[in-house]
Design a protein around this ligand. Structure first.
Ligand code: CO
Ligand code: CO
Length: 350
């Protein structure tokens, strides 16, 4: 671990806890009023917004672009950099691609934090970019009262092997590759209530690249993929359900959860974003009476650098789980199914 500033990084941010994202629904309304451009080679753009934009260069090659940055969710500057980079790279993996180049985006409070902190943040990001096999080629920094860091990432994908949110089919199995609860534990951490174990496992999970999970998909019958970030499993699952015009069924008892997340949720340590997520999804949910409020809180928990949610043909489900375990994606689990066609719904059962 790198040296930490005197006032913990997570307490220097004005905004609460994790990725202070604009609440779901708000941005859609704003974008609706703006003219979007269509182009025959624009395979994924704003019209059916996905994890990243995709542009076809040749019949065999398409370019992926994405950007993500946020305020510190952990106090160690090196780990913050690594997590922010893993999170930004994730949208490339969620589209089925491999990252090629990355650029830093930094807001840094030079008046209150030492340049050593900046160095540690950038070092954490750079190490993750290297681990992904991509190259860091530049960036942009501004002086700002609040530390923020992330990356703009360019990747490549075969145009016929793009994983959007829209392809889930009835009968598909749903696999989640990382445990939930990072928003809850980050909230506990801010309140000095998180155990050392909870913090350590959370950092390890958030800084893990989705690269190994994405590589396990090679050659399998994959129909839809997205990554679980600020809108939680319910929010991002609903995006998949709506885009695929399908009903997803999620079994709460099978959903992997970080150690201590359940205990902290029971204490009401929920990030503000999770309430917004829950409200946004409400009218598309049907929740069985056996499902507890804590389970619903975990499913709506706003994640940072969460795992991939994969809709895979039933014949390949077991193979995918075996490969994920072999690739070191140890928390991966089968959490549900695509149970019906429709307008986009999530059914939650025990
Ligand atoms: Co995403
Ligand atoms: Co994103």
């Amino acid at each position: 671990m790198t040296e930490e500033p005197q006032v913990p990084l997570t307490e220097q941010v004005r905004a609460a806890g994790c990725a202070s994202k604009i609440p779901p629904g708000v941005l859609e309304e704003v974008l609706k009023s703006l003219p979007v451009q269509a182009h025959p080679d624009l395979l994924v753009g704003l019209e059916a917004a996905d994890d990243a934009g995709v542009y076809r260069l040749t019949p065999e090659l398409a370019l992926i672009q994405t950007v993500d940055f946020f305020t510190p969710i952990v106090n160690d500057p090196y780990q913050f950099g690594a997590i922010a980079a893993a999170n930004a790279l994730s949208d490339i993996y969620a589209m089925g691609g491999r990252p090629l180049m990355a650029m830093n985006i930094v807001c840094f409070p030079l008046k209150t934090l030492s340049p050593d902190i900046l160095k540690a943040v950038l070092r954490g990001g750079l190490d993750k970019v290297h681990e992904s096999g991509a190259l860091l080629v530049g960036g942009h920094s501004v002086e700002d009262p609040e530390l923020k860091y992330g990356l703009a990432v360019t990747g490549l994908v075969h145009p016929e092997r793009i994983f959007t949110k829209a392809g889930a089919r009835v009968g598909d199995l749903l696999v989640l590759t990382k445990p939930l609860g990072t928003g809850i534990i980050a909230t506990a951490l801010k309140g000095h209530l998180a155990s050392a174990e909870a913090e350590e496992v959370m950092i390890q999970v958030m800084s893990q690249l989705n690269r190994a999970a994405a590589e396990a998909l090679e050659g399998l019958e994959v129909h839809a993929v997205t990554d679980i970030t600020g809108f939680g499993l319910l929010g991002h699952g609903l995006e998949m359900a709506l885009a695929s015009r399908a009903e997803l069924t999620i079994y709460t008892s099978r959903v992997p959860v970080l150690p201590w997340a359940r205990e902290y949720a029971a204490l009401g340590l929920l990030p503000a974003g999770s309430h917004a997520n829950r409200r946004f999804c409400e009218k598309h949910l049907s929740i069985s009476s056996q499902v507890s409020q804590i389970d619903v809180d975990l499913l709506s928990d706003a994640q940072t650098s969460g795992g991939l949610l994969i809709a895979i043909g039933p014949q390949d489900g077991e193979r995918l789980l075996t490969r994920l375990k072999e690739n070191g994606v140890t928390h991966a689990a089968l959490i549900g199914e695509v149970t019906a066609a429709g307008t986009g719904k999530i059914k939650i059962i025990q």
